[in-house]
Design a protein. Structure first.
Length: 162
């Protein structure tokens, strides 16, 4: 049974009562131009409350998408990989996957739409300013190294200070 505590109450109020410290505006690649949304990062306690609203997600067999913060600071790339310049996962402690700071919880789509909210102590909003956040076509398998075999990058945004 879920126990409502002062900490959980604080987290619930964080996104309702405060301005995020950082955010990324998400845009899909050419094949997924319908994808758009916003990911917000709020300082909370010793970590970060991450929230997102994403629309236009493609139909997939699972409806589950990996979402990761990457090292790079550009959503550019090439014809083969439109977001090639995002680089590897954000991993300041050189941890194995899925323990990188940039390994986020899966995004669950529902008829192309997803709402997302979770708390992490792996980073503070200021640590990720200027980095890219990527939505992948497939779910993360949480074991393949170095990045979870999450499939093609289908959407990207750069995290900026609010």
């Amino acid at each position: 049974m879920y126990r409502y505590t002062p900490v959980s109450a604080q987290l619930a109020r964080t996104s309702l009562d405060s301005v995020p410290a950082a955010r990324a505006v998400i845009q899909g690649d050419r094949q997924h131009s319908q994808i758009r949304g916003t990911v917000r990062f709020y300082p909370a306690g010793n970590g970060t409350l991450v929230t997102a609203e994403i629309e236009g997600l493609p139909d997939t067999p699972t409806g589950i998408y990996a979402i990761h913060i990457h090292q790079g600071n550009s959503c550019s790339g090439n014809a083969e990989d439109p977001f090639a310049d995002v680089g590897e996962h954000y991993n300041p402690t050189n941890a194995p996957h899925p323990l990188h700071a940039g390994d986020l919880l899966p995004l669950f789509g529902n008829n192309g739409f997803a709402v997302y909210s979770f708390y992490t102590e792996r980073f503070m909003p200021g640590d990720i300013i200027g980095r890219a956040i990527i939505i992948h076509r497939d779910p993360d398998d949480f074991r393949s190294q170095p990045s979870g075999n999450a499939g093609a990058k289908i959407a990207c945004g750069i995290i900026s200070r609010v």
